[in-house]
Design a protein around this ligand. Sequence first.
Ligand SMILES: *Cc1c(COP(=O)(O)O)cnc(C)c1O
Ligand SMILES: [Zn+2]
Length: 419
Amino acid sequence: MASFVRGLKCRLCGKLYPVEPTNFCTDDFGPLEVDYDYDAIKSVLTREAIAARPFNMWRYRELLPLDEAPLVGLQVGGTPLVRANRLAAILGVSRLWIKNDAVNFPTLSFKDRVVAVALSKAKEFGFNTVGCASTGNLANSVAANAASAGLEAYIFVPADLERAKILGTSVYGANVIGVRGTYDEVNRLCTQVAFKYGWGFVNINLRPFYAEGSKSMGFEIAEQLGWKTPRHVVAPMAGGSLIGKIQKAFQELALLGLIDQPRCSFYGAQATGCNPISDAVKTGKETHRPVRKPNTIAKSLAIGDPADGYFAAKVIRESGGWSEDVSDPEISEAMALLAKTEGIFAETAGGVTVAVTRKLIEQGRIPRDEDIVLCITGNGLKTQDAVAGCLTEPAVIGTSLEEFEPLLDRSREGQPLLV
Ligand SMILES: *Cc1c(COP(=O)(O)O)cnc(C)c1O
Ligand SMILES: [Zn+2]
């Protein structure tokens, strides 16, 4: 497999760097991004070539930053794009789809995409030990993929994370370190650890490669819509990377002549308890003001000082999109709504996305008769407590039919089973 990567490039000043485990420009501390030879890619990557490959993220491998065939996460991606007519009816829109990364393999979130690239790259660089700073899903994914790749993993998380996310990390045999602090404080510690021990931290020194993995969600959306982009995309934002990478994916497909020039507006979704990017968009600030103490049940999105906040706000603004944030009760209620209408149990971030979409439709920011795709990024089984308060307890009866029949009567009258 040939590599189509020319090097790394500063997103602020354009300075070029060789392919190395580094993530910032030494001149201006701007983030580095992978630079590709698109002319060379164009000569090999056709719709037919893509269609002939297995339906996972690697069918777009020329647009991902590896030198060799992938070594980690070979089955990641290829998640369903679901036409969501029942949710559409409730929201009052005509054409709605859900890109469902709640069923991504192996750890049920879109983070498997970024980790597949980051750990494959870590192997190419020769790292034996990898790590991350995480709000939960990244921890799960690094731990699982490192286990299957035979890599040692050190995972740093805020100590107050959901139990399921901690357990779903330690089960893979990773070294899990709960840090008493916010995600931003965890991240700062990890920067020191990465530097001191020379390990590959997926979202620090491997970040330029890691972030490219998110593009595969955008490639799949366009292909699954029949090589078309939707008019509107709503995505949850934590560090603010995913939303910009979906836009980049659409632009790359157009550059390669695989789709028409996209006209797509991007909408970023956050929780009100940690809304640095949506606040920047709504108040017209160019750079966000960090949230020092995030306070929301959407812990996976609780990054107070998002690394790509500036770029996310720019993508939203320049695409004609918008950003909103929603309260914890709205998040829980929207998790239940998505499950009841579409049979999709998403985590808190999914509740954020659905609730923000509803708000933007009500505000008239998203029109009712154009194609809308919602990015559902994580699985509800990991954040069960967040929705428990919205549900009724199951009715418990004895083993006789007589005890069931009154329940059935109540149910047919539209009453709750339990009295
Ligand atoms: C990490 C994460 C996001 C946000 O990703 P960024 O690229 O950091 O903005 C969204 N949803 C879930 C479930 C996540 O774990
Ligand atoms: Zn620079």
